[in-house]
Design a protein around this ligand. Structure first.
Ligand SMILES: [Zn+2]
Length: 325
């Protein structure tokens, strides 16, 4: 059960205190626990339960008070000397629910909360009424700042979380085992490869005619690696040469084509030269013939009289005129 208020108020009178004073009321001592609450403090239900009694008259011993029966716990709590109740008989209340405000109504010497606790039967009736306190018992051992219900819930949550964690760990464990199996398989594979490699090395050593000692095989392997490097280097050099040759061949092709064209051009030029030479010879002959004719004409002209020349000229003019028509 929780305290009937938030915060902390001093206990001003413990259960069982002042037996002489309480003898007049038929008690062996103070029948409840007093807390030094000022007026107007919110009074809260100590546990979930049902409101079974409510008194709103100020002048009784307890003044205004309210009683909550906690059926599951077979306990009832009484909250006394109140200012006002805020719940009704038959109301169901949760733990910590506001049920009243504190004050100093009833038989008091100042503002405080008087809390009673009693055990009940399953019908809610107070039992052990002959215990010297009319069935009331000390509330102090029942009060806790923590909330048992919440603690129970918390425990449930923690238990569920633990279960989930356990499942998770178990799955992780399974997963780890799977991984281990897988790694073992890989390891077996590597071992097998190593053995094969070692067998190959031994065979290689046998082929080389050397004993398969690590140093000798190591040396041979280094040589082999160097040879492979040299081989690679040569392959690269050959490829470079091939490339250069290919380039030269291309250049040759271009030059060859150019040469062919030059031959054609040359033939063409020769033909033209030949043609020119022939033309020149023909012209020379024609010129010679014309020169001869001219000389002959000149000789004839020198022997003709002027009248004949004039006659010829007239004839020529007449010929031109006919030609014009
Ligand atoms: Zn009291």
């Amino acid at each position: 059960m929780r305290y009937p208020f938030d915060g902390s108020y001093p206990v001003t009178q413990k259960f069982g205190a002042n037996p002489t004073y309480y003898k007049q009321f038929g008690f062996d001592g103070h029948e409840g626990e007093d807390f030094g609450t000022p007026n107007g403090v919110k009074i809260l239900a100590c546990a979930k339960g049902k409101v079974v009694r409510r008194n709103d008259v100020k002048d009784g011993a307890y003044g205004i008070y309210v009683v909550v029966w906690h059926e599951e716990l077979l306990l009832a709590t009484w909250y006394c000397h109140l200012q006002s109740n805020v719940v009704s008989i038959g109301d169901t209340v949760t733990e910590g629910q506001l049920i009243a405000y504190s004050d100093n109504t009833g038989n008091t010497t100042g503002p405080h909360l008087h809390l009673n606790l009693c055990q009940t039967d399953k019908n809610g009736y107070r039992i052990n009424q002959d215990n010297g306190y009319k069935g009331f018992i000390d509330p102090a051992p029942y009060l806790s700042t923590s909330n048992p219900q919440n603690e129970l819930e918390q425990c449930k949550i923690e238990r569920e979380q633990n279960r989930l964690d356990r499942d998770k760990n178990w799955n992780l464990h399974l997963s780890d085992q799977e991984q281990i199996k897988e790694l073992q398989k890989q390891l077996e594979g590597v071992k097998k490869e190593n053995k094969e490699l070692w067998d190959a090395i031994k065979k290689f050593a046998a082929d080389l005619g050397v004993s398969p000692s690590t140093e000798i095989i190591g040396g041979e392997i280094v040589k082999l690696i160097n040879m492979e490097d040299e081989h690679d280097r040569l392959v690269r050099a050959i490829a470079d040469k091939d490339e250069a040759i290919s380039k030269l061949q291309d250049e040759n092709k271009t030059l060859e084509a150019s040469n062919q064209q030059n031959l054609v051009d040359k033939k063409d030029a020769e033909d033209r030269l030949k043609s020119c030479t022939t033309g020149s010879d023909t012209l020379k002959t024609t010129i010679t013939e014309l020169s001869n004719k001219l000389e002959k004409i000149n000789g004839t002209l020198d022997t003709l009289p002027a009248s004949t020349l004039l006659g010829l000229l007239i004839k020529k003019i007449a010929f031109w005129e006919r030609s014009d028509t």
